[in-house]
Design a protein around this ligand. Structure first.
Ligand SMILES: [Zn+2]
Length: 485
C-alpha cells in the first residue's frame, strides 16, 4: 500500500479524547473527574517538557467543558461546539502564545475581552502557552484576572519552565506536572501507528526513533515521518540509526577492545576515529557518544539490563553483554575519565575543524593506551593474592624446618631463632630477629610481610593493600614477576 500523499503524523494522530493521550494519567484522571462532577476550576497550570500533551489536553478540556453532548468524561467531538474548536474557528477558545504576545498591551487586551460573555459556549477557555515568557508587568496584569476570574472563564497556562512562573500566579492555579513519556511507551505507540499506516518497521528502528524523540510523543512522530520519507515503507534500524546520526555499536566496541589490548599497534588505535573522520562525521559527537557507550558498558558489567535506562535496544544489550562482562570496570572508568577530560579540553579550545579534533583525540587515545598497559589495582591485587598463597605454602614448609632446628638445639633460656647467639638476652634477641625479618632486608620485605600477614587472620592483607594502592598506577617494570610455581 502506498502512503497518503501528504502525511503529517503528529497532526493526524493528535489525540481528540483524554483516553487517547499517551501517559499523563494523573492529569487526565483528575480533569475527567472534575468534568464529570461539573467542577472545572478557573485556572490550571500544566508544567512539563515539550511535546508531551499539555496543549492537547488543554484543548480536549476546552471541548469537554463546552460539549453539548458529552460522553462521560470525554467530549463528543461531533457537536457544533466540538467541531468549531477542532477546526480552530471557535471564538470562545482562545489560544495565546506568550512567547510572541508577552507585552503588557497583550495582557490588557485579554483582560478586556475576558469580561464579555462567551458567544456560543458555556465557558470561554484561554489557553496560554509558554506562559513563563510573559514580562513581569504582564504577569501582574494576568494575576489580577486570575484573582477575580469571571465565572464564564477558565484559564489553562502551560509552561516548560515552572521556576520562571511567579509564586503569586502558581498559588491561583491547580498545577499538574506532565512527565516525559517512557521510551518503551513511545515505542509501543509508534508500532501501533505503523500498523495503522501499513508501514513495516523493525522494533529497533522504532526504539531509535523514540530515543531521538526524548520522551516527546510529538517529536517522535515527526521523526517517524522523516524516517518513512527516508526509508519508504520498510523502516529498518540501520537506516534510522544513520538518519538519527547514531554511530554503530561495533565501532565503539572496537575502540574499547583496541584500547584494552596492550598489543594494539599505535596507528591501529586510530582506526575507528579515522572511519568517522573520513566519512565527514562529527568527531566531538562521536566522543560524546563513546562516553555514553562506556557508561552503558559499565552498567551492563554490573548486571543492569534495563533498555529504557541504558538508552539502547534490548537486542544490543544482549549483543554486548558477553563482551562487557570481560571488561575490568576500573579500566572502563579510567577510559571514561580520560575521554571526559578530553572533551573539556576540546570545549575550551573551540576547535575550528575536524582535523584539529582528530589530533587531540588520537594523542589522547595513545596516552590512554599507554596508561592501560600498566597493571590496574585490581589486577595487581590478584597478582599479590596469588603470590601470597604460594608464599604461604613456602612459609609452612619453613616453619616445619624451624621446628626441626629447635628440637636439635640444646634447651636455652629463650625461644630464640636459629641464627641468634646464646650470649644475648631473650628480649634483645627478639628485637633483633624481628628487625632482621623486616626492613633491613629488602629482598625479604615483601615476602616476609606478606606471609606473616597472610598467616595472621586479624589483618586481611587484600583490604590493607587495596587501601594502600587505591588510585595509584604502578610501573610494570618495578613489579617483580611471579615466582615459578
Ligand atoms: Zn461535543
Amino acid at each position: 500500500m502506498t502512503r497518503p500523499a501528504h502525511l503529517v503524523l503528529a497532526r493526524k494522530y493528535r489525540p481528540l479524547k483524554f483516553a487517547e493521550v499517551v501517559e499523563q494519567t494523573t492529569a487526565v484522571r483528575a480533569l475527567q473527574n472534575a468534568a464529570l462532577e461539573d467542577r472545572i476550576g478557573s485556572a490550571y497550570l500544566f508544567f512539563g517538557p515539550r511535546g508531551v500533551g499539555k496543549t492537547t489536553i488543554a484543548r480536549i478540556l476546552a471541548r469537554r467543558v463546552n460539549c453539548t453532548n458529552p460522553q462521560q468524561g470525554e467530549p463528543c467531538n461531533e457537536c457544533e461546539s466540538c467541531r468549531s474548536i477542532i477546526d480552530g474557528r471557535s471564538l470562545d477558545v482562545i489560544e495565546i502564545d506568550a512567547a510572541s504576545n508577552r507585552r503588557i498591551e497583550d495582557v490588557r487586551e485579554l483582560r478586556e475581552n475576558v469580561k464579555f460573555q462567551p458567544m456560543n459556549s458555556k465557558r470561554k477557555v484561554y489557553i496560554i502557552d509558554e506562559v513563563h515568557m510573559l514580562t513581569t508587568e504582564s504577569f501582574n496584569a494576568l494575576l489580577k484576572t486570575l484573582e477575580e476570574p469571571p465565572e464564564h472563564a477558565a484559564f489553562v497556562l502551560a509552561t516548560t519552565e515552572l521556576n520562571k512562573v511567579p509564586e503569586t500566579i502558581l498559588s491561583r492555579c491547580q498545577v499538574f506536572t506532565f512527565r516525559k513519556v517512557p521510551l518503551h511507551r513511545v515505542q509501543e505507540y509508534l508500532a501501533e501507528i505503523c500498523r495503522n499506516e501499513n508501514i513495516e518497521a523493525e522494533n529497533d528502528a522504532l526504539f531509535w526513533i523514540a530515543r531521538k524523540g526524548d520522551g516527546s510523543v510529538r517529536d517522535s512522530l515527526s521523526f517517524l515521518e522523516q524516517a518513512i520519507s527516508f526509508c519508504g515503507n520498510k523502516v529498518t534500524a540501520e537506516k534510522v540509526r544513520e538518519l538519527a546520526g547514531v554511530y554503530p555499536l561495533e565501532l565503539f566496541l572496537q575502540l574499547t577492545g583496541l584500547l584494552l589490548d596492550p598489543a594494539t599497534p599505535a596507528q591501529e588505535l586510530a582506526t575507528p576515529v579515522m572511519e568517522i573522520f573520513d566519512q565527514g562525521g562529527d568527531l566531538n559527537r562521536f566522543i560524546w557518544d563513546y562516553l555514553d557507550h562506556l557508561r552503558i558498558l559499565r552498567y551492563i558489567r554490573s548486571g543492569v539490563e534495563d533498555s529504557d535506562f541504558l538508552g539502547i535496544p534490548g537486542s544490543q544489550i544482549q549483543n554486548i553483554k558477553s563482551t562487557a562482562l570481560e571488561f575490568d570496570p576500573s579500566r572502563i572508568s579510567l577510559i571514561f575519565d580520560e575521554i571526559h577530560g578530553l572533551l573539556t579540553t576540546a570545549f575550551f579550545l573551540k576547535l575550528r575543524n575536524s582535523y584539529e579534533s582528530r589530533i587531540l583525540i588520537e594523542m589522547e587515545l595513545l596516552k590512554i593506551h599507554d596508561r592501560l598497559k600498566k597493571p590496574s589495582v585490581s589486577g595487581l591485587l590478584s597478582k599479590i593474592q596469588k603470590l601470597s598463597v604460594s608464599l604461604a605454602g613456602q612459609d609452612a614448609r619453613r616453619s616445619e624446618d624451624l621446628m626441626a632446628d629447635l628440637q636439635e638445639d640444646p634447651p636455652g633460656p629463650s625461644q630464640s631463632g636459629p641464627g641468634s647467639k646464646p650470649e644475648s638476652t631473650g628480649q634483645a634477641r627478639k628485637e633483633s630477629s624481628s628487625a632482621a625479618g623486616k626492613p633491613e632486608n629488602p629482598a625479604q620485605t615483601g615476602t616476609g610481610g606478606l606471609s606473616g600477614s597472610a598467616g595472621n587472620d586479624s589483618i586481611p592483607i587484600e583490604d590493607e593493600l587495596q587501601k594502600q594502592f587505591l588510585g595509584t598506577m604502578v610501573d610494570p617494570d618495578s613489579v617483580p614477576n611471579e615466582p615459578e610455581e
